[in-house]
Design a binder for this molecule. Structure first.
Ligand code: ADP
Ligand code: ADP
Ligand code: ZN
Length: 229
């Protein structure tokens, strides 16, 4: 392999802007965007065995059990397009997931390069989730107030129809935030101890957050060989 793989893990509570940022950052880094929530939603839509298992947890705003989640993400990282690394979004979300990831990466001779944590306060998160619209065709993310599409309900990128996630309704969104505080905050501590955590102010506008993330990545891992010029 020409260069060592870049593994970047975007952390942050639901609604922090991980997906929005990951799409751009992954493109710029030249590595795939691996989002556990997107993979689960794909399985639910296809009505696979894994989708049927995950759905009740997702509907309640709870985490899908670690064993199936870990197996699913590791399998994704084994695909050939991840040979130069990946940008992880939504995984790991528990300490056992983080430990399993470290173990499996070590088997490939890889390690985590950087863990940017996108910080956003709770009231802003609820507003972001309540107004989130997603393209059914290409996954582009919009917001009715903060990032409206040019035509309501229609994706600017591909013309596909936009939809709102069932689990973004305030009741489920609040449950997801509670789960985040209980189970995912310890993961931040885990990476902080390894000196991998950098905090990014997620309340800036989308472009400013992107610039801050890019600067952090370049500082930590240099300009990746796979990066766009
Ligand atoms: P958000 O982007 O709003 O944080 P996601 O799309 O990442 O939400 O996740 C949606 C749902 O998928 C979660 O509420 C959870 O049920 C499930 N999920 C996603 N990633 C994980 C994970 N790493 N561990 C367990 N469950 C997960
Ligand atoms: P996550 O993947 O962390 O759950 P998303 O990227 O889906 O978060 O963003 C949640 C919502 O907030 C979306 O509707 C998105 O358009 C909006 N959003 C993302 N980043 C910002 C930002 N910096 N300022 C305002 N709204 C934002
Ligand atoms: Zn689209």
């Amino acid at each position: 392999m020409a260069s060592s793989p870049v593994i970047v893990i975007l952390m942050g509570p639901p609604g922090a802007g991980k997906g929005t940022q990951a799409k751009r950052l992954a493109e710029r880094l030249g590595v795939p965007h691996v989002a556990s929530g997107d993979i689960f939603r794909w399985h639910v839509r296809q009505d696979t065995e894994l989708g049927r298992l995950a759905k009740p947890y997702m509907d309640r705003g709870d985490l899908v059990p670690d064993d199936v989640t870990i197996a699913m993400v590791i399998d994704r990282l084994r695909q050939p397009d991840c040979a130069h690394g990946a940008l992880l979004d939504g995984f790991p979300r528990t300490v056992p997931q983080a430990q399993a990831l470290d173990e499996r990466l070590a088997e490939f001779g890889w390690c985590v390069g950087l863990v940017p944590f996108i910080r956003v306060n709770e009231e802003v998160l609820i507003r972001r989730l309540a107004g989130r619209w997603i393209c059914r065709k290409c996954g582009a993310v919009y917001h009715s107030e903060f990032r409206p599409p040019s035509r309501p309900g229609v994706c600017d990128v591909c013309g596909g129809p936009l939809y709102q996630r069932e689990d973004d309704k305030p009741e489920t969104a609040k449950r997801r935030l509670q789960v985040y505080f209980e189970r995912t905050l310890p993961v931040l501590v885990y990476y902080e101890r390894q000196g991998l955590l950098v905090e990014i102010d997620g309340e800036q506008d989308i472009d400013e957050v992107h610039q801050a993330l890019w600067r952090a990545v370049v500082m930590a891992v240099g300009t990746p060989a796979t990066a766009e010029a």
